[in-house]
Design a protein around this ligand. Structure first.
Ligand SMILES: [Zn+2]
Length: 242
């Protein structure tokens, strides 16, 4: 069986703005990839020509699907949580949704946000980090959600780190990284995925120079692993896995 990657995000466009390099690199080497997004992003500041929040949400669902296709993602799924409200979601229920996906899909590697909330310190990102971290561990425990089927041990959980700040936002306090991914080979694919988010075009326009300058690498931190090990610096999320 080949390698599998699960990526859990909060909003349509997180999959390319935050994780696009890691996803494109993985799909390029034949890793089967599943992306789960918690909300349809209807609270976004950039609203395209949407007449209502519902319309924006529907538009962003389609943009998310197109972006995932550009990145080569095999399975993508947008859940029904309310944008900008994840901190009020029922914790166990939200984590349970991810436990179920982990047990069904059986990924080797899981990637998600860190508790800092990423470059824009978004509380939804922080909550996705918390839900996914709990789910990574709970999916491997027969005491948790036994009704969801056989347990699954993923090999590695990574959270996103950062090496730079957005100039006009409060600075996050990211976890120091263990993995620096060179994503230059997939830069164009990432930009093509960004461009699928037409409702967010002003954001792409605003951040393009910054991403061209700073986006050649993505930074991740290994925060849980199946085997006990010392932290090491590395350049490949899948090193040593078969
Ligand atoms: Zn986001």
């Amino acid at each position: 069986m080949g390698l599998k990657l699960l990526c859990v995000v909060a909003h349509p466009d997180d999959e390319c703005f935050a994780f696009g390099g890691a996803i494109a690199l993985a799909t390029r080497r034949g890793v089967e990839t599943h992306v789960i997004c918690f909300t349809d992003g209807q609270a976004a500041s950039n609203r395209g020509d949407a007449a209502s929040s519902e319309e924006l949400g529907a538009m962003r669902r389609q943009e998310f699907a197109k972006s995932c296709k550009v990145l080569g993602v095999g399975q993508y799924e947008l859940l029904d949580y309310q944008d900008a409200q994840l901190e009020f979601a029922q914790f166990s229920q939200a984590a349970c949704r991810i436990v179920q996906r982990i047990r069904d899909f059986q990924p080797n590697v899981v990637i998600t946000f860190g508790m800092d909330g990423a470059l824009n310190t978004h509380p939804d990102h922080t909550m996705v980090s918390a839900f996914t971290t709990a789910a990574f561990h709970w999916a491997a425990s027969s005491k948790r959600f036994p009704e969801l089927g056989p347990i699954h041990h993923c090999d590695r959980l990574f959270v996103l780190s950062a090496s730079f700040y957005l100039p006009d936002r409060p600075a996050p306090m990211p976890i120091p990284w263990t993995h620096k991914l060179d994503v230059r080979a997939v830069m164009e694919q990432r930009f093509e995925a960004f461009r699928q988010h037409q409702s967010q075009a002003p954001l792409l326009h605003k951040t393009k120079d910054l991403f061209e300058e700073q986006g050649q690498f993505e930074y991740y931190t290994l925060i849980a692993a199946r085997e006990p090990q010392p932290a090491e610096q590395a350049t490949d999320l899948f090193a040593g896995l078969t």
